[in-house]
Design a protein around this ligand. Structure first.
Ligand SMILES: *[C@@H]1O[C@H](CO)[C@@H](O)[C@H](O)[C@H]1NC(C)=O
Ligand SMILES: *[C@@H]1O[C@H](CO)[C@@H](O)[C@H](O)[C@H]1NC(C)=O
Length: 272
């Protein structure tokens, strides 16, 4: 049994943890660029290997005039000496651009006059992952924002119904995902999944569920650490299907919330 002293002690610990978490959350928000002059609408994007990716970076409209002049922009990646992209004195300046990015990057000159320095990176490869810094200076102010780019391969599965089995096939996944089937009520069902890895390490995923009922809707969840695809498939002819993707934004916010819950649970456990 817990004494009054222990209860008071634990309550105080819980309060301290809650306030600590609140402060960490506020700091994380401030540091993540919300209060800065240069912003990004996605600081932890996940690019699909082989596709183009837009790295977002722009001057905060609240603190800027509608048009800015004397804009210069530098995109750098941590660990490289040459820039990923540079724009100054009204033109691209790519003499010392890192060779990895030659011919694969561009800004949007029409958006630049509105303070938008977003970078298009073409045909993303695994070696493009890392920390990028976008620095803007202009007549209307400037600053920088850091963007952490992750790379993965992901694709929506297509569904087929043949002889009482529902089969989902997705051509490109990396890292290797897990596949979970469930019925309309969310009960997990026993599917069987196989993987085929191609020469560049990307997986083709084939998963089937058997038996299934005609005109019932099933959910198929394909996920790895970076990407989750949730598909709903209704057993009709042809199968009616739709998939949406979500990306995990592993952040200090989640870690600190998790920490605070863990601490509180431990404390309550100690009391009883
Ligand atoms: C910046 O420009 C890009 C490329 O045109 C566009 O996709 C994006 O929406 C723009 N961002 C903002 C905040 O205006
Ligand atoms: C799941 O299915 C496999 C064959 O696909 C079978 O061997 C296994 O026993 C099943 N497990 C359960 C819990 O039904």
């Amino acid at each position: 049994m817990a004494t009054i002293g222990q209860i008071v002690f634990c309550s105080m610990i819980i309060l301290i943890v809650i306030f600590g978490t609140a402060i960490i959350l506020l700091l994380a928000l401030a540091l993540s660029g919300q209060l800065s002059e240069v912003m990004s609408n996605n600081m932890a994007p996940t690019a699909n290997l082989g596709n183009d990716e837009l790295l977002s970076c722009y001057l905060n409209a609240q603190t800027q005039p509608a048009r800015v002049t004397e804009v210069s922009v530098t995109w750098q990646r941590t660990g490289l000496t040459g820039p990923v992209y540079r724009y100054q004195n009204g033109a691209p300046s790519l003499g010392d651009q890192d060779p990895q990015f030659k011919g694969r990057t561009q800004l949007f000159p029409g958006d630049l006059v509105a303070g938008n320095a977003s970078l298009l990176l073409r045909s993303v490869g695994r070696s493009d992952g890392g920390e990028y810094t976008c620095t803007i200076s202009s007549s209307g102010g400037g600053g920088k924002v850091k963007i952490h780019l992750k790379t993965a391969a992901f694709s929506a599965p297509t569904f087929k119904f043949t002889s009482s089995a529902l089969t989902a096939e997705a051509p490109r996944w990396f890292p290797k995902p897990n596949v979970t089937w469930s019925d309309f009520d969310g009960n997990v069902l026993n599917g069987s999944t196989s993987f085929a890895e191609n020469s560049v390490g990307i997986f083709r995923v084939v998963s089937s569920l058997q038996p299934v009922n005609i005109s019932e809707t099933y959910s198929c969840r394909t996920e790895n650490d970076l990407v989750t695809a949730v598909s709903k498939a209704t057993v009709t002819d042809p199968v009616t299907e739709n998939t949406y993707f979500t990306f995990s934004a592993a952040s200090s916010l989640m870690t600190s919330t998790h920490l605070s819950i863990t601490t509180s649970v431990l404390c309550i456990y100690y009391l009883t």
